[in-house]
Design a protein around this ligand. Sequence first.
Ligand code: AMP
Ligand code: MG
Length: 501
Amino acid sequence: MTTPTQPAILHHTDSLPFGHSFATLPPAFFTRLMPTPLPSPYLVAASASAAKMIGLDPEEFSTANFVESFSGNRLPAGAMPIAAVYSGHQFGIWAGQLGDGRALLLGDVPAHGAGQFGSMELQLKGAGPTPYSRMGDGRAVLRSSIREFLCSEAMAGLGIPTSGVLCVTGSDLRVIRETPETAAVVTRMAPTFLRFGSFEHWFYSGQPEALKTLADYVIDRFYPDLRDAKNPYHALLAEVTRRTAHLMAQWQAVGFMHGVMNTDNMSILGLTIDYGPFGFMDAFDPGHICNHTDHHGRYAYDRQPDVAYWNCAKLARTLAPLIGGEEETRSALDLFGPAFSAKADELLHAKLGLQTSAPDDVALFDAMFALMRANRVDFTLFFRRLGELQIENPTADDPVRDLVIDRAAFDAWAARYRARLRREGSADGPRRLAMDAVNPQYVLRNYLAQVAIEKAQQKDFSEIERLLTILEKPFDPHPDSDHYARLPPDWGTRVAVSCSS
Ligand code: AMP
Ligand code: MG
């Protein structure tokens, strides 16, 4: 029997039913051009779940047609490559025109399990220069492509809105970054790759008509329910603000750091997009900066919600003329704080296995984070092991307690937590099950990705596949893979990631 996420007909690479919704926008929105061929490409990784979502037969992965098509060496039937223009604020400064400098949209295909959106755009990232490449070479490197592949799967596995990756192909073609590396192409999927910067582009270049065209396109195609609102543009800003706030709460709850939250990297659908120098928190440090080129810590872990709000304010500025009034615009933007707090509060309660809310919960959470910070406790392991705690049996605390150097401080906090659990009549067994369903055992720690990358650079792609299996189901036990949940080795805490990708 077929389920809604398993389409009855499985397509071949050349029978994907491409549509070209984005290309219905006026020509100023994009440039048509062909990908630059990638010499002697080989398949590095592919996602069967992504393929199923667009009704593509995973058997295709082993065909030359698939590898050539998703390297930019030939076009799958029906594809029509275009690069989109956008602008943006980078590190707080207006950067002017940017755009798809190394990404080419092939078109959109109907998708199953794509939530409310029902279709996925397929985009080749790293398929050569475009008119928007500025000084860039239009290429992506194998290292970053593998990181994007693994992290988008990991985020999807965690239940966090994200773009996806169908496959990564590689080539021995040399490209120069901080050191010489080799090229790769990532085939990304998202209902749309439109971003806040896509809107800023028309606002800052003084083209209100184009801005309206874009807003209408986004509403009609992705948020059709908002068309009935009294002021659809206000409703659009409110919805994007709300989604972005929820996304931030979800990032914070798993210790994810994006690393480069420029307005051109903020999805108009509230998805995690443009994976670059991201990281997951190891030892808890709220000020942790995962991008080593972010010298001032603009995108540090604890600043992400504020930065997202700042970015929403930039979007609000561009939409204000369509919305019609300062005050109305502000009322949509003002949703950010309450939406973030409500979601963060809900997620934190779930992480601690609390079913009810109490006035002193904030103090309990604050004390927990202070304990984690003072003792540099591993973020992922702490919450996962906290689920093993038993109300009346302190010896069950040993695994979580072991993560905290200051045992007395842990015991003091655990006593408060136990008292709180008793107050709501919490039962150990069901609470552990509930906590295990929200606190992952496995996240894509930088060093895990690094091991897979170094093997892939020797043409051994097996580690990517192993990681994929675990990260797709990060809440489940994987008995043979316990070591993937361990604390990072010493060298693993020093893996440096930058914007260079
Ligand atoms: P990012 O920081 O990766 O989001 O990229 C910022 C801008 O630079 C975007 O417009 C990208 O398309 C462009 N870009 C990044 N890397 C390259 C590259 N290697 N070649 C051309 N454009 C690039
Ligand atoms: Mg970007």
